[in-house]
Design a protein around this ligand. Sequence first.
Ligand SMILES: [Zn+2]
Length: 80
Amino acid sequence: MPVAILSGPATHRSPLIHSMDTQTITCPYCGEPLTIAIDVSVRRQEYIEDCQICCRPITLTVERDDDADTAYVEARSEDT
Ligand SMILES: [Zn+2]
């Protein structure tokens, strides 16, 4: 009798969306490209991060697109 090797559906549930991702934005003040770490486990968030070049506060809006499996980052100056 040949030995039947059962290779059923293995438990490979590696998450497709990593909780942390990096995105490159452009500073609205000095125009320098900045690499920021974003938490893509949150659907939508807004926070302030200081520019690594000119140290001015950038308002970041991170929005995750579930369909496209991507996250959008919008960088705005804090000017009102
Ligand atoms: Zn800057």
